[in-house]
Structure formats: C-alpha cells, structure tokens
Design a protein around this ligand. Structure first.
Ligand code: ADP
Length: 489
C-alpha cells in the first residue's frame, strides 16, 4: 500500500508527546511489512536541516487557504534516519519557524494555530500532488491534521491522484479538538455548507476534530479502554455522541515501545545495566539516581518516580494534595516534569522543605527520564485520563512497578497484583482521589516490604512483558484495509 502520514510531530525530528512517537515509529514497522510509507511534517525552527540532510525540492508550492489566498512554501525532503522512508517538510517560516510546536515559551497555545495546522493539512494534499504520490491511505493524527479528510471529501473528489485515497484518523488525545471561531470557515474554503451540526459546526464554532471524525473512513485511538471510555458522556469531551454515530467501529490499538531505546540490558544512559535474573544493577542505578539528585544514597527506603507533563490530565494536583501523607509513608519521591506554573512553584518549594525525602527536576530531560525509570522501585501515574501512556510501559520493562489509575492505556497495560495467586505486574486504583493514591501506594509498599517473594515475581513478570510495534503495525494494516474497503466498496 502507499501510505502517507500527516502529523504535527514525529520522532526523531520533533517530539512533544506520544503522538510524536507513533508518527515517527509506526512508519518504520509498516515499511518492514512492505508498504511505501511517507511522512509529511511542518519544518519547525527546531528541526536541524543539516543534521537530517534536508534538501529542497525544486519550485515553490502554492497552498490555497480560502479567503486568505494562496500561501507559498517550500518542500524539503529528507529520510527517517537509518531508513529510506521519505519525509517531506513544509517550510514556511512565518508559521513554523519558532521554537515551540504548539505553545509559546509561557505555555500558551499560539494564536495562529488554526491557520498553521490548516496550512499543514491542505499543504499535505498539495504536496502529495506535487511529488505525484497517490496514497491509498492517508493517516492523520489529532485535530491538527483532522481537516485532511474534510478537504478530501469537499475539494479533491475529482483529483486523479487523491480521489481514491482513504483516510484514517487516530485520536491521541480527545481533549484537544481544534475549536475556533466560525470565521475560520472562510479560510478552510470548503463553503459554508460544511458548517452545520452534522459537520464542522460545534456550539456555533468550528471543531476540526469533529470534522475529521465525520469525514474519515476509519477512526482509531491508542488503547482499547480509551476507545470504550470516549464514547461515554462523562469521558467523551462532548464528542461522545459524534463518535457513537460516526465512528461505530472505533478501534483501540495500543502503541508499541521502542525497545532499542528502552532496554535496561543495553541502556547507555544508566550507570549499571541489568536484566531480570540479576537485579543488583538496578540497585546501583538507584544509588546513582539518589546521589545525583541530592538525596541520601541508601537502598532501604523505597523510591517512587514520576516522569510526566505537569498538567491537569496527569493528576498532579491530586498528588500535590496528599504529597506529605505520601512522604510520611516512609518513602522518597523523585519527579521529572514540566508544565503548569503552579506545579513548578509547588514542587520546587516542596524540594526545599523536604530535601531528604523529595527531589525534582523541572524541565525536559530524556537522560534523566531513563535514570528515574531504571533507578526507582515504583512508578506513580495517577492520570485523570490516559489515552495510552508510554512511561508505564517503559517502567514495566525496567522492573519499576507501576502504581496507576485504571484508565485508558494504563488499564490495558498494567495487570493488578493479586494477593492470592501472586499474579500481576503492578498496582491499580480506580477513584480519582488523594485517598486512593495514598492507600494504593501503601498497599504496594506493604508488598515490597513484607513479601519480597511476591515483589520479585511481579518485577520479573513486568520485565518480561512486551508491547511490540510489530503487533501494532499489523493491527493498523487491518484498519487501513477496512478504510480502503469503505472508501471503495
Ligand atoms: P503524553 O504523551 O500524554 O505526555 P506518554 O506517557 O504517552 O504521555 O508519553 C510521554 C513521553 O514523554 C514519554 O516518552 C516520556 O518519557 C516523555 N517525557 C515526559 N515528560 C518528560 C520530561 N520532563 N523529560 C523527559 N521526557 C519526558
């Protein structure tokens, strides 16, 4: 199959979250299955053209932007490093030549995000024509590229290269929908007939994700539990009805893990490599981590880690509300994250108040993420919702037992400890309350302190689990075939 990925981010070029992992990694596994996969991205200011060997294609590309006229840009071409997968970048400095992907340095979304990502969506189709690539499937991701299926239906039905292209939309996070004032319809340029309750209109505004859900030939999300959650009013972010109607066979496909990067037996970031049969290396990593963060470097006290965006979704307010109760359980906590200003203030202050019990680094630090995931005993993720979540899967591979709220992908990847059979791979709680966090962590600690046999069995089982991209790619391939069939019955 010819497959075109259109996304706002993809590793290793640019990454903000899990979406970037999927858009950069899945194509490699589809390629191994024999598909001609290509990726289209914006050329952000932070993407180093020299490092990735980007070269311009001849001639400018004109992208029609409705009432705003034609936007001209350049197409740069490169390859996913280590592969021959072509990657095309739309280069337009006034839209993308900035440091941030979605937000300015203060964490505010850029005011022209609607324009930026409509340009990306329409530009992807124009670029496909320019390079004469006729995709059987165009795979788009989240609201940023959800306009692609709308454009195809509205404006490319007669296009010889694109009229047969089926579209697949993957929702990585339903919370972000691309809701903008109705005047955006003029720039979209499909005509006002697309602005009604059965299409892009949403409470008298434009909702790009809604349009994508309605026009895509198949819709997926990134875990089976999240797929079930988002069709319910409580967790459907006001699009549950649209999903129930227009995405009846909504599929949840778990993301895979890149085990070349996340493998405690080969990890270059950690001081001591280890496998399930000899965990002494894990203890050395714990000592190193504690030392490097200024905590007492002893082994007897359980160490709990968190690596996360510090935002509402991740439940950090709940952690903050019970942090002293948690520390009084006789543990130490290390936190790496960045996000909301209140959280930076709160955790920075806490590190000053309880320096023997709590340490944090506020920022983005991939090397430290590896050290924390390797060096801790337990890994805490009290998410409000979690479409898939990668860090708990990393933690499992490193034998760092996850303590998670049983939502979305956390529910699908962590198996609760069973005191009778001694089965499981971690500890789950259900209520979004401070008490649930404290009680579940206490439970995990009691297993750790009083039942070493069970704890060791849990660690070994966790380390043996694999979430493979091979499996995920196979499932996406099935989804693509379904979408193609729907497009051309
Ligand atoms: P989300 O996409 O919602 O942020 P995921 O768990 O799916 O959550 O993916 C988060 C990814 O970002 C993981 O690879 C994680 O290791 C990484 N990450 C998050 N915060 C940081 C940080 N402060 N420093 C380094 N890596 C981080």
């Amino acid at each position: 199959m010819n497959i075109l990925f259109v996304a706002a981010e993809a590793v290793p070029f640019i990454k903000v979250g899990g979406l970037g992992d999927v858009a950069g990694t899945l194509p490699k596994y589809l390629k191994k299955r024999g598909h001609d996969v290509r990726i289209l991205l914006p050329r952000y200011g932070g993407i180093d053209g020299h490092r990735f060997g980007l070269t311009p294609l001849p001639g400018p590309l004109g992208v029609p932007m409705g009432s705003s006229g034609t936007f001209w840009c350049e197409i740069l071409e490169g390859r996913v490093p280590g592969t021959d997968i072509p990657v095309y970048f739309l280069e337009r400095r006034d839209l993308f030549g900035r440091e941030g992907v979605y937000n300015d340095p203060r964490g505010e979304g850029y005011r022209d995000n609607a324009l930026r990502f409509l340009f990306l969506s329409r530009g992807a189709l124009e670029a496909a024509r320019r390079i004469s690539f006729s995709p059987q499937v165009i795979h788009v991701h989240d609201w940023h590229t959800a306009a692609v299926p709308v454009y195809l239906d509205a404006l490319y039905r007669g296009d010889p290269l694109l009229k047969q292209s089926a579209t697949v939309l993957t929702i990585h996070n339903l919370e972000h929908q691309g809701i903008h004032p109705r005047a955006l319809m003029d720039i979209i340029g499909t005509g006002r007939e697309y602005f009604h309750s059965g299409d892009l209109e949403f409470h008298n505004q434009v909702n790009l994700l809604k349009g994508g859900i309605i026009h895509a030939d198949a819709v997926s999300t990134v875990s089976p539990t999240y797929a079930r959650e988002i069709v319910n009013p409580e967790t459907g972010c006001r699009l549950d009805g649209v999903l129930r109607t227009h995405a009846r066979d909504l599929t949840g496909i778990l993301n895979g893990v890149d085990y070349d990067e996340w493998n405690p037996e080969t990890d270059p970031w950690i001081v001591s490599r280890y496998g399930p049969d000899d965990l002494s290396g894990k203890r050395r990593n714990k000592e190193d981590l504690q030392k490097s963060l200024g905590l007492p470097a002893e082994d007897g006290t359980p160490l709990v880690g968190m690596v996360t965006r510090l935002v509402h979704q991740k439940g950090m307010d709940i952690v903050a509300s019970v942090i002293h109760r948690l520390l009084d359980l006789g543990i130490r906590i290390v936190l790496l994250g960045s996000g909301d200003p209140w959280a930076h203030d709160f955790f920075r202050r806490l590190a000053g108040e309880r320096p023997d019990r709590f340490a944090c680094r506020l920022g983005y630090d991939p090397a430290l993420a590896h050290k924390i995931i390797a060096g801790c005993d337990l890994f805490l993720m009290p998410s409000r919702f979690e479409p898939c979540g990668l860090t708990q899967m990393f933690a499992l591979r490193y034998g760092t037992l996850p303590v998670v709220r049983a939502v979305g992908g956390l529910n699908d990847t962590v198996e609760n400890f069973d005191g009778e059979t001694l089965g499981g791979t971690g500890f789950k709680f259900y209520d979004l309350t401070g008490d649930a966090v404290v009680n579940t962590l206490s439970w995990a600690l009691s297993v750790f302190r009083e039942n070493r046999e069970a704890a060791t069995a849990l660690i070994k089982r966790a380390m043996a689990l694999r979430f493979s991209w091979e499996d995920a790619a196979g499932r996406y391939e099935e989804l693509y075939r379904r979408a193609v069939k729907k497009k051309r019955p």
